[in-house]
Design a protein around this ligand. Structure first.
Ligand code: RB5
Length: 148
Protein backbone atom coordinates (compact mmCIF):
# COMPACT_ATOMS: atom_id res chain seq x y z
CA UNK A 1 0.00 0.00 0.00
CA UNK A 2 1.12 3.53 -0.74
CA UNK A 3 1.38 6.51 1.58
CA UNK A 4 2.41 10.04 0.72
CA UNK A 5 3.99 12.27 3.32
CA UNK A 6 4.78 15.96 3.06
CA UNK A 7 5.94 18.83 5.18
CA UNK A 8 7.09 22.41 4.94
CA UNK A 9 10.31 23.59 6.65
CA UNK A 10 8.53 23.60 10.06
CA UNK A 11 7.70 19.90 9.92
CA UNK A 12 10.77 18.13 8.56
CA UNK A 13 11.55 16.06 11.67
CA UNK A 14 7.93 15.00 12.05
CA UNK A 15 7.82 14.05 8.38
CA UNK A 16 10.88 11.83 8.85
CA UNK A 17 9.18 10.18 11.85
CA UNK A 18 6.08 9.53 9.75
CA UNK A 19 8.16 8.02 6.94
CA UNK A 20 9.78 5.68 9.46
CA UNK A 21 6.39 4.54 10.82
CA UNK A 22 5.10 3.62 7.38
CA UNK A 23 8.33 1.91 6.28
CA UNK A 24 8.36 -0.19 9.46
CA UNK A 25 4.85 -1.32 8.55
CA UNK A 26 5.93 -2.31 5.03
CA UNK A 27 4.27 0.53 3.13
CA UNK A 28 5.57 2.15 -0.05
CA UNK A 29 6.29 5.75 0.90
CA UNK A 30 6.52 8.89 -1.20
CA UNK A 31 7.95 11.97 0.45
CA UNK A 32 7.59 15.64 -0.49
CA UNK A 33 9.15 18.69 1.09
CA UNK A 34 12.40 20.43 1.90
CA UNK A 35 15.41 18.59 3.28
CA UNK A 36 16.77 21.32 5.53
CA UNK A 37 15.50 24.24 7.63
CA UNK A 38 17.20 26.72 5.32
CA UNK A 39 15.08 25.54 2.39
CA UNK A 40 11.66 27.16 2.84
CA UNK A 41 8.47 25.65 1.44
CA UNK A 42 4.99 27.17 1.36
CA UNK A 43 2.65 24.71 3.10
CA UNK A 44 -0.15 24.94 0.47
CA UNK A 45 2.22 23.79 -2.27
CA UNK A 46 2.93 20.60 -0.34
CA UNK A 47 -0.67 20.07 0.82
CA UNK A 48 -1.94 20.27 -2.77
CA UNK A 49 0.41 17.46 -3.82
CA UNK A 50 -0.60 15.18 -0.97
CA UNK A 51 -4.35 15.85 -1.31
CA UNK A 52 -4.24 15.23 -5.06
CA UNK A 53 -2.48 11.92 -4.54
CA UNK A 54 -4.98 10.73 -1.90
CA UNK A 55 -8.16 11.91 -3.62
CA UNK A 56 -7.07 10.44 -6.97
CA UNK A 57 -6.65 7.05 -5.30
CA UNK A 58 -2.91 6.93 -5.96
CA UNK A 59 -2.18 6.88 -2.21
CA UNK A 60 -4.27 5.27 0.54
CA UNK A 61 -3.20 7.72 3.24
CA UNK A 62 -1.49 11.08 3.35
CA UNK A 63 0.37 12.76 6.18
CA UNK A 64 1.07 16.49 6.38
CA UNK A 65 3.31 18.14 8.93
CA UNK A 66 3.78 21.89 9.35
CA UNK A 67 4.11 24.21 12.35
CA UNK A 68 0.54 23.81 13.56
CA UNK A 69 -1.07 21.35 11.11
CA UNK A 70 -3.78 23.93 10.47
CA UNK A 71 -2.71 25.41 7.14
CA UNK A 72 -2.07 21.95 5.74
CA UNK A 73 -5.56 20.75 6.73
CA UNK A 74 -7.24 23.90 5.39
CA UNK A 75 -5.61 23.37 2.01
CA UNK A 76 -6.11 19.61 1.78
CA UNK A 77 -9.80 19.88 2.68
CA UNK A 78 -10.46 21.96 -0.45
CA UNK A 79 -10.31 18.66 -2.36
CA UNK A 80 -13.48 16.61 -2.72
CA UNK A 81 -12.92 13.30 -0.96
CA UNK A 82 -10.15 14.62 1.25
CA UNK A 83 -10.77 14.18 4.96
CA UNK A 84 -7.81 15.86 6.57
CA UNK A 85 -7.77 15.93 10.36
CA UNK A 86 -5.50 17.95 12.63
CA UNK A 87 -4.37 15.42 15.22
CA UNK A 88 -3.27 16.69 18.58
CA UNK A 89 -3.63 13.71 20.92
CA UNK A 90 -4.48 10.00 20.96
CA UNK A 91 -8.23 10.69 21.19
CA UNK A 92 -8.30 12.80 18.03
CA UNK A 93 -6.03 10.27 16.30
CA UNK A 94 -8.52 7.49 17.10
CA UNK A 95 -11.76 9.37 16.51
CA UNK A 96 -10.67 10.93 13.23
CA UNK A 97 -10.38 7.40 11.87
CA UNK A 98 -13.22 5.66 13.74
CA UNK A 99 -15.89 8.31 13.17
CA UNK A 100 -14.64 10.49 10.29
CA UNK A 101 -12.72 7.97 8.16
CA UNK A 102 -9.91 10.52 7.90
CA UNK A 103 -7.54 9.83 5.03
CA UNK A 104 -5.00 12.60 5.68
CA UNK A 105 -3.39 13.04 9.09
CA UNK A 106 -2.11 16.56 9.79
CA UNK A 107 0.29 17.34 12.61
CA UNK A 108 1.75 20.51 14.08
CA UNK A 109 5.37 19.83 14.89
CA UNK A 110 5.65 23.12 16.81
CA UNK A 111 2.64 22.06 18.89
CA UNK A 112 3.25 18.39 19.71
CA UNK A 113 6.89 17.75 18.70
CA UNK A 114 8.27 15.27 16.18
CA UNK A 115 8.26 12.14 18.36
CA UNK A 116 4.55 12.52 19.13
CA UNK A 117 3.90 12.45 15.37
CA UNK A 118 5.15 8.85 15.30
CA UNK A 119 3.03 7.76 18.30
CA UNK A 120 -0.16 9.43 17.12
CA UNK A 121 0.27 8.24 13.55
CA UNK A 122 0.54 4.69 14.89
CA UNK A 123 -2.81 5.09 16.65
CA UNK A 124 -4.33 6.61 13.51
CA UNK A 125 -3.19 3.67 11.36
CA UNK A 126 -4.29 1.07 13.91
CA UNK A 127 -7.85 2.43 14.07
CA UNK A 128 -10.41 1.24 11.50
CA UNK A 129 -13.40 3.30 10.37
CA UNK A 130 -16.41 2.10 12.37
CA UNK A 131 -18.84 2.57 9.44
CA UNK A 132 -22.43 1.96 10.68
CA UNK A 133 -24.11 5.24 11.65
CA UNK A 134 -20.96 7.14 10.68
CA UNK A 135 -21.15 6.17 7.00
CA UNK A 136 -24.02 8.48 6.09
CA UNK A 137 -22.45 11.35 8.03
CA UNK A 138 -19.14 10.97 6.23
CA UNK A 139 -21.02 10.83 2.91
CA UNK A 140 -22.61 14.19 3.81
CA UNK A 141 -19.20 15.87 4.10
CA UNK A 142 -19.00 16.14 0.32
CA UNK A 143 -22.55 17.47 -0.04
CA UNK A 144 -21.89 21.14 -0.59
CA UNK A 145 -25.44 22.18 -1.45
CA UNK A 146 -26.63 22.07 2.15
CA UNK A 147 -29.77 19.98 1.67
CA UNK A 148 -30.57 17.51 4.47
C1 RB5 B 1 5.47 28.26 8.84
O1 RB5 B 1 6.15 29.25 9.54
C2 RB5 B 1 4.08 28.04 9.43
O2 RB5 B 1 3.29 29.15 9.19
C3 RB5 B 1 3.47 26.78 8.86
O3 RB5 B 1 4.33 25.72 9.09
C4 RB5 B 1 2.12 26.32 9.41
O4 RB5 B 1 2.09 26.35 10.80
C5 RB5 B 1 0.92 26.85 8.78
O5 RB5 B 1 -0.22 26.42 9.05
Amino acid sequence: MKAIIGSDHAGISGRKEAVRVFLERGWEVHEKGPEGDSEKADYPDIAHLIAQSVTSGESRFGVLVCGTGQGMAMTANRYRGARAAVITDSFTAEMSRAHNDANIACFGERVIGASAVADLLGTFLDTPFEEGRHLKRVDKIDKVTGEA
